[in-house]
Write a protein of this length. Structure first.
Length: 292
């Protein structure tokens, strides 16, 4: 058999295997048992999909994993109140490898665009520049939530330090629920929100510590770069979950509810503004636009 033909047969077998995996994962997500072996995740993280920060943190995990293993078929999906991801390795070592690389990556600020509080930041080890909070002309977007003297580089640095402390005592499943008091954050996790109307001032501007969830804030800052929420009003945004294994390019389309991807659910959230404080609010279920 020629090498070219052998390669085609191998590719066809892989395609059939992946198609079966996707059907089984979809059936499991919809509560049906196919009686066949379904795709097993390398690790899973518990997730509240009504929390926009946690949703985009999941997207960040998929983004980082696809860059950490660029030649592998890294896929992920939502199901049973968790986010599941496949990678070349298995177990918590996969997540620890990702987070370890993220914590140790060189970071650099691009001072040529934006102002001091909005300069883009590059994570060199992953080859990705984060600038979702600013436009090409350096103007702030609605997603720029932090105030005071905080900068993206400073926020990322503090979140990485906090995450390094937490990952030694927290397992993969509970990663998004690990919190500690911090003075800075991106503002994507509603659990860290303060009601400034009650206290009369913004804790961010006073340098006060607020219970923050470092893994959510840090990973969401990566996820938001390519998995942008769809704006559907002045301060309204939406996103969608998917329940079949997808790689980054297709998952991006699914997250914007542009393609059917299993039992798709759409969620809508607003940017909460209380005094000088801004942050993502919890999302509500809109409905099932695509259902297979």
């Amino acid at each position: 058999m020629g090498a070219h033909l052998a390669g085609i047969i191998v590719a066809m077998r892989r395609h059939r295997r992946l198609a079966t995996d996707r059907r089984d994962a979809r059936a499991v997500a919809l509560g049906r048992d196919t009686g066949m072996t379904h795709l097993e995740p390398s690790f899973s993280v518990n997730v509240d999909v009504t929390n926009p920060g946690q949703f985009f943190a999941c997207c960040g995990l998929l983004e980082l994993a696809s860059r950490f293993w660029p030649s592998a078929e890294v896929e992920a999906w939502f199901g049973n109140s968790a986010f599941h991801l496949t990678a070349p390795d298995s177990g918590e070592i996969v997540l620890k490898s990702l987070l370890g690389q993220l914590q140790g990556s060189d970071i650099a600020t691009d001072n040529s665009r934006g102002e001091h509080a909005t300069h883009p930041v590059r994570l060199s080890d992953f080859g990705i520049t984060l600038d979702w909070w600013t436009t090409e002309r350096g103007e702030k977007t609605l997603l720029k939530l932090w105030a005071g003297q905080q900068t993206p580089e400073r926020i990322i640095t503090d979140l990485r330090s906090a995450l390094a402390q937490l990952t030694t005592v927290v397992n993969a499943a509970d990663l998004f629920d690990a919190g500690m008091p911090l003075t800075g954050r991106f503002g994507v996790d509603p659990r860290a929100a303060w009601n400034a109307l009650d206290v009369g001032f913004s804790p961010n501007e006073q340098g006060m510590e607020v219970l923050t969830f470092p893994a959510v804030e840090l990973l969401a800052s990566v996820g938001l770069q390519r998995f942008r929420p769809v704006q559907d009003g002045n301060y309204g945004f939406s996103y969608a979950t998917w329940t079949i294994p997808l790689r980054v390019p297709v998952a991006r389309a699914a997250s914007a509810n542009l393609i059917p991807a299993g039992n798709t659910q759409t969620f809508r959230f607003r940017i909460a503004m209380r005094g000088n404080y801004k942050g993502f609010d919890f999302a509500t279920l809109v409905g099932d636009k695509h259902e297979q």
